[in-house]
Design a protein. Structure first.
Length: 352
């Protein structure tokens, strides 16, 4: 065991505060990572504030982790000390079920172990990347290519994986029209990825306030959804729509933007237990509505290699740990372009 500085939420209603946590000793197949940067995902805020259900406080969030290998167990074969690595949303699964064997550990039939707030195999509660170090089994560590700086790579471990997976699953590429709802932490990465894949990309945002950014990131078109004419103009246009926003939408209106056999994908979890589907809008074009949750380890590595090849990183604002609570408020007011990343250097253990 080792003691590591961290920032934790004491409860659902208190700000995150400086603390220390215990990390397990490095086991035979474990990798000890010195965390260099950790992105702030909106799901961190939902989690620590108990908006997705009760949490095991104190809770250290963070699942967009980039750093370097500090030590390895004797049976580790994939990594060596000094390697540049990352950790995303999942740090364990059964490894035996059909979904795990297919490389879709995030859909483990026996329950995947999340990077924070989950019960680990040894009965302890997992704690995330708002800390100086983390110990992870090598099968849940990915390699960050040299072409990607660690700070811009950190958000890719969630935002990149979450958007890359459905783009690949539903065939984004040349000849396909892809719309991205929202140009935020996920949306700006989705635009870059879809553009690099060769799709014709449209951003659907409430206003035209970020139009210049959207076009710079690779959007071919940019439309304001506050204008009713947008839905008339774009009816029956898209092969694929990625919904990256958490607020409620008029699903009937958005589904009407899909072509025959078009697919509407909502990314991430929702606090809504049920959704009312506008049946006519689906039936009229044999359309598909689905969810997509992050990506498996294999696909996450594929995404990082793709991003390195095409020069894709997140657009970030680097902050110190002391600025986390302010950053949370700014995320909630959409005052970030487009991802906060915590410089965790001051959270490194004194012995590191």
């Amino acid at each position: 065991m080792s003691t590591v500085p961290a920032y934790a939420a004491p409860s659902a209603t208190e700000p995150l505060t400086a603390t220390t946590i215990e990390r397990r000793a490095v086991g035979p197949r474990d990798v000890l990572i010195d965390i260099a940067y950790c992105g702030i995902c909106h799901s961190d805020i939902h989690s620590v504030r108990g908006e997705w259900g009760p949490q095991p406080y104190p809770l250290v969030p963070g699942h967009e982790i980039a750093g370097t290998v500090a030590a390895i167990g004797p049976e580790v074969t994939k990594y060596a000390v000094g390697d540049r690595v990352g950790v995303g949303c999942v740090v364990g699964s059964c490894g035996q079920c059909a979904n795990c064997r297919a490389g879709e550990e995030q859909y483990c039939l026996n329950g995947s172990i999340l990077t924070y707030g989950s019960t680990d195999r040894d009965g302890t509660i997992t704690q995330g990347g708002y800390s100086g170090r983390i110990v992870v089994t090598e099968d849940f560590v990915v390699r960050i290519p040299d072409a990607l700086a660690l700070d811009v790579a950190a958000p890719l471990l969630c935002a990149g994986a979450t958007t890359y997976s459905p783009l690949r699953r539903w065939g984004a590429g040349p000849g396909k029209k892809v719309a991205v709802i929202g140009l935020g932490g996920l949306g700006h990465v989705a635009v870059r990825l879809a553009h690099a894949m060769g799709a014709e990309v449209t951003v659907l945002s409430q206003t035209l306030g970020k139009k210049a950014d959207g076009e710079r990131l690779g959007a071919d078109h940019y439309h304001a959804t506050s204008d009713p004419a947008t839905f008339e103009e774009l009816a029956g246009t898209f092969d694929l729509i990625l919904n990256t926003v958490s607020g409620k939408l008029d699903l009937g209106a958005y589904l009407g933007l899909l072509r025959l056999d078009g697919v509407f994908v909502t990314l991430g979890a929702s606090a809504e237990p049920t959704i009312s589907f506008p049946t006519p809008a689906i039936a009229a074009g044999r359309r598909v509505y689905t969810y997509s949750l992050i990506a498996g380890i294999r696909e996450t590595q594929e995404m990082l290699d793709f991003c390195a090849q095409h020069g894709i990183g997140a657009e970030i604002e680097v902050i110190t740990p002391e600025q986390i609570n302010t950053a949370y408020e700014r995320v909630l007011s959409s005052d970030v372009r487009y991802r906060f990343v915590i410089d965790t250097a001051t959270l490194r253990p004194a012995s590191a």
